[in-house]
Design a protein around this ligand. Structure first.
Ligand code: PLP
Length: 608
């Protein structure tokens, strides 16, 4: 490609309108411009020179940093929802042509592989994988100082290709280099593994190493840095050091850094924010930092990474409207907005529904707002597409030894991190009542999945309780807990079940995104109105509420009541109405809770 020096249009070099002038070749859109050029070349030469060698890749103006990024099932660089969100965000940036470069870590042992025995006892093993041809090793390294040691940081590039060919590079940082001390080589081994010093070291690699890597790669024109959760906050510290000289913070400028940083917080409780005792920080973060600066920006006696980012960001947001309000109450001194999460439509819509949308709503993947038109898709076609998705899930269940699942039985899905506040076992609070529903209103079956963090005893216990409940109920209700939840299993589950269940303890669900994935496949949610569901719920139209979203509501009771009186009867006795709910779920919720809408809000509210 070349630029026509007369009119400025981009022209194909093979197009035929080329002229040699003073030993150089110029390309034109047609005869008109070629003639204009010949009549007065000196008028146009300046334009031509300025455009010599159009950059293959546009200048990046936004850097997006995240500790976990789930963008490709081959890369074990994510643990759960935060990573899936980061991957979806980068994909939408690519589809929409937003000039972004992503930065994360290359975890060579991933998060962990989950194994469950017949009692639901979880054991873990490393996720072994090797960077393959999808990753290109970058030809340079940078250095950070950790615990007084120089640590070399290398990078790998993964390219995300958007729907019209636009590319977003993702740089994954890696300390597994022969030059590094053995313990430093393991700094990028495990996501959310190790102790506080290990975590802080990883955050140094991500934030400080990340910025140095970006600069070394020639990203000098970055205008905004998007810190996805507080794990990346140290980038702002490094920007401060770039912008200032001397050791007297009294003479430093902060505004120039604040102008560049955007911060998204993801947790609604203070205990969820990363905090490190300053004693540990002084031992581990051995980059030169003026005394007292970190206390001033990140609080004391512990360095709070959320506070650090709040103090150095121009725009801060929560990930759903309710979470924005909760975060604002937690940090009243800072203006905190809300940009509700979304999921990448093309990635989370199963093959059967992709084909259906292609037929009825051409162009939907690049313009997911147009999914509103799903309301007019004939019910029979929705039924047929869903039957295909359900058959795929049942085949996977059978492959894993769960062969008692029926095609015509209402299938309830629940899959997300196993941790106490998510209350995956709430549906088993009164097993006799659940059996009564199945006997009186119609049969049900339940599929679960989700990893518990190795140190999360409460989460591990929940898995055991669900497996035990399944064994007890086996004569009446089929229950499966699938091992090793990840993005691929999430795709199968959020398309193949009939109802997506979500029972978090309010107000602890910041957003939640799996229900949005389900909505893209016409699966309604039955959920506590917390996080995104406060916005997505239209009772009886896009799904159903459990309780009123307050901490004191009788959630289990309400869950049974809704199943018994409303949902199971509708599924079996009013299939047409059920199909209407499916169409409405797509039309009202997939058209909004997608990452294209979310990214456009980031561009207009946060980046500009
Ligand atoms: C989408 C997703 C999640 C997030 O689920 P929530 O309902 O938001 O908790 C977690 N893990 C994986 C693998 C996912 O794909």
């Amino acid at each position: 490609m070349a630029r026509d020096p007369v009119c400025g249009m981009i022209v194909d070099r093979r197009g035929g309108h080329a002229l040699v002038h003073a030993g150089r070749t110029y390309y034109f859109c047609g005869d008109y411009c070629a003639k204009a050029f010949v009549s007065a070349p000196e008028r146009y030469l300046a334009n031509a020179v300025a455009d010599v060698g159009l950059p293959e890749r546009p200048a990046r103006t936004i850097a997006y940093l995240s500790m976990e990024i789930g963008v490709d099932p081959r890369l074990a660089t994510y643990a759960g929802g935060l990573g899936a969100l980061a991957g979806d965000t980068l994909r939408s940036f690519a589809d929409l042509g937003v000039p972004v470069v992503g930065v994360g870590l290359l975890f060579r042992e991933g998060y962990f592989c989950q194994h469950l025995d017949s009692n639901g006892v979880q054991t873990e093993s490393p996720e072994r994988w090797e960077p393959g041809p999808e990753l290109a090793r970058l030809p340079l390294q940078v250095e950070v100082s950790i615990a007084g040691r120089p640590v070399r940081v290398a990078g790998w590039e993964y390219e995300i290709v958007g729907i019209s060919g636009q590319r977003v590079p993702l740089v994954l940082l890696d300390t597994d280099l022969l030059d590094n001390a053995l313990e430093d080589r393991r700094l990028t081994a495990r996501l959310y593994g190790g102790d506080a010093a290990y975590r802080l070291s990883q955050e140094i690699v991500l934030g400080i190493g990340g910025l140095r890597m970006l600069r070394a790669l020639g990203h000098t024109r970055l205008r905004r840095f998007h810190l996805n959760e507080g794990h990346a906050s140290l980038l702002a510290l490094e920007l401060l050091r770039e912008a200032n000289v001397g050791n007297d913070p009294g003479a430093w400028t902060f505004e120039a850094v604040r102008e560049q940083c955007v911060f998204t917080t993801h947790t609604p409780i203070p205990a969820g924010h990363d905090q490190f005792p300053h004693e540990l920080v002084r031992a581990v973060l051995t980059e030169p930092v003026p005394a007292g600066l970190l206390e001033m920006l990140g609080g004391a006696p512990r360095l709070n990474m959320t506070l650090l980012a709040l103090n150095l960001s121009r725009y801060v947001n929560g990930v759903a409207k309710r979470h924005g309000v909760v975060s604002q109450e937690m940090f009243p001194a800072y203006p905190i907005g809300a940009i509700t999460n979304g999921v990448h439509s093309r990635s989370w819509t199963c093959a059967a529904f992709r084909a259906l949308f292609d037929r009825h709503i051409p162009g939907w993947a690049g313009d997911p707002f147009s999914l509103r038109h799903a309301i007019s898709i004939p019910r029979d076609e929705v039924r047929a597409a869903h039957a295909l998705a359900k058959a795929e899930l049942l085949a996977e269940l059978a492959r894993r030894g769960h062969d008692r699942f029926g095609r015509n039985v209402l299938t309830i899905g629940f899959a997300r991190r196993a941790t106490p506040y998510k209350r995956a076992d709430l549906v088993f609070e009164d097993p006799d009542r659940l059996v009564a529903i199945a006997r009186q209103a119609g049969p049900i079956q339940l599929v679960f999945a989700g990893k518990a963090h190795p140190h999360d005893q409460g989460g591990r216990e929940i898995i055991r309780r669900i497996v035990a409940a399944g064994a007890r109920l086996r004569d009446d209700i089929a229950v499966a807990y699938l091992e090793d939840y990840g993005i691929e299993l999430a795709r199968l589950l959020t398309a193949g079940v009939d109802l997506w269940l979500n029972t978090p303890q309010p107000p602890l669900e910041a957003s939640g995104t799996s229900g949005m994935k389900a909505a893209h496949n016409g699966i309604p949610s039955l959920s506590i109105p917390d996080g995104w569901w406060v916005e997505g719920l239209i009772e009886g139209v896009t799904g159903w509420a459990i309780g009123d979203g307050t901490a004191s509501s009788h959630d289990a009771n309400d869950l049974y009541h809704k199943l018994h009186q409303v949902i199971v009867p509708m599924y079996y006795q009013e299939p047409e109405r059920w199909l209407d709910v499916m169409r409405q779920t797509i039309a009202l919720n997939a058209s909004f809770f997608n990452s294209h809408r979310m990214v456009q809000q980031y561009v207009t509210l946060a980046y500009t």
